[in-house]
Design a protein around this ligand. Structure first.
Ligand code: DAH
Length: 343
């Protein structure tokens, strides 16, 4: 009986390793194991040598072995019908696969894409510029000559090796680069990272992101600016959100304004986000100053245009309920993996 058991085990492992690359090999397998003179038949014949009290047990074993062999034959048959190799056939396709970790987009990227996609529907194209800028593109051409007091509005990082170079303090520098190209009309959106020498805290960082908008053509008016931004606000914050413009000052626009939207957290009744005012400041804007057009070689008597600039961090913080700006740049995956869905 023991002998029989050992024999069956040895045959089983031989069957486990058996392969059938083609129909011929398959037939060989059948003849060797299941044929009229095959191993299964032969081993069945050993029943007669088994002691009577063990016959029942042995019969069971032998039957199992027969089924085992037949099952392997079916597997090989199926595989060769599908043109697969046996190695592949012995893979259990019903097992769950390995999970492939899927990355997620950064919340700043999500917000940037959302903003860009809204303006793209109005025909705005996207442009980018360098983060290390010269004084002319970051300040001079934007109507901020040397010693202009408005330079103090932005704490600038200067590049030690070249006093003419700065880390751009705003994306308005890209406006200049686009206007200098002279391809009019211009309808551009310019997202990017900007730098300011500010103390890092939960509310401010030494680098952050902005999106700049610029539209230059003949007969562009402040009404065009307002309608464009109304459209943006409705798409971004919903139809019920109210908009207001406050007169402001930027050297590169005249007139200039800041735009607020009614607080989309509390609906305008007053909360911590809007500091109980019911309004949240979203962006700065205005009509491009004639000096800026002239600086870029555009005739201000023929062309006019509007520009606007907005931060990305703040809307993203409001949208996702993030209360510390530093989280955006710490690259903690526990934070980053929470933003898998598109906005
Ligand atoms: N550059 C300004 C800033 O960084 C934002 C801005 C205001 C951009 C008015 C504009 C504009 O294009 O017209 O604060």
């Amino acid at each position: 009986m023991e002998q029989l058991l050992n024999k069956i085990e040895a045959y089983k492992s031989e069957i486990d390793n058996a392969a059938a690359a083609d129909a011929k090999a398959l037939e060989e397998f059948r003849i060797k194991w299941l044929g009229t003179k095959g191993i299964v038949k032969e081993i069945m014949g050993e029943m007669k040598n088994v002691a009577p009290e063990k016959k029942k047990e042995a019969g069971q074993l032998l039957n199992e072995f027969k089924q085992y062999t037949e099952a392997k034959f079916e597997l090989l048959k199926e595989a060769s019908a599908n043109g697969q190799s046996v190695a592949a056939a012995s893979i259990d396709l019903s097992l769950p696969g390995d999970v492939m970790p899927i990355g997620s987009r950064h919340p700043i990227t999500l917000m940037r894409n959302k903003i860009v996609s809204i303006f793209q529907r109005l025909g705005f194209a996207v442009a980018e510029g360098p983060e290390i800028e010269d004084d002319w593109h970051n300040f001079g051409a934007l109507n901020l000559p040397a010693h202009h007091p408005a330079r103090d509005m932005q704490d600038t990082f200067y590049i030690q090796q070249n006093p003419d170079w700065v880390l751009r303090t705003h994306t308005s520098s890209v406006q200049i680069r686009e206007m200098e190209k002279g391809n009019l009309p211009i309808r551009m959106l310019m997202p990017g990272r900007v730098y300011r020498n500010e103390t890092i805290s939960a509310r401010s960082h030494c680098f952050f992101h902005q999106v700049e908008g610029l539209y230059i053509d003949e007969n562009v008016s402040f009404a065009d600016l307002k309608q464009t931004l109304y459209f943006f606000v409705k798409e971004m914050y919903g139809k019920d959100v109210k908009v207001r413009f406050r007169p402001s000052y930027f050297p590169f626009t005249e007139p200039s304004a800041e735009m607020d939207v009614s607080c989309f957290i509390c609906g305008g009744s007053g909360c911590n986000i809007c500091k109980k005012t019911g309004w949240v400041e979203i962006l700065g804007c205005g009509m491009v100053h004639p000096n800026v057009l002239t600086n870029c070689g555009i005739d201000p008597n023929k062309y006019s245009g509007f520009a606007f600039g907005m931060g990305i961090e703040r809307p993203a913080m409001l949208k996702y309920g993030i209360n510390d700006i530093r989280l955006f740049s710490e690259n903690d995956v526990r934070f980053l993996k929470q933003f898998t869905s598109a906005i």
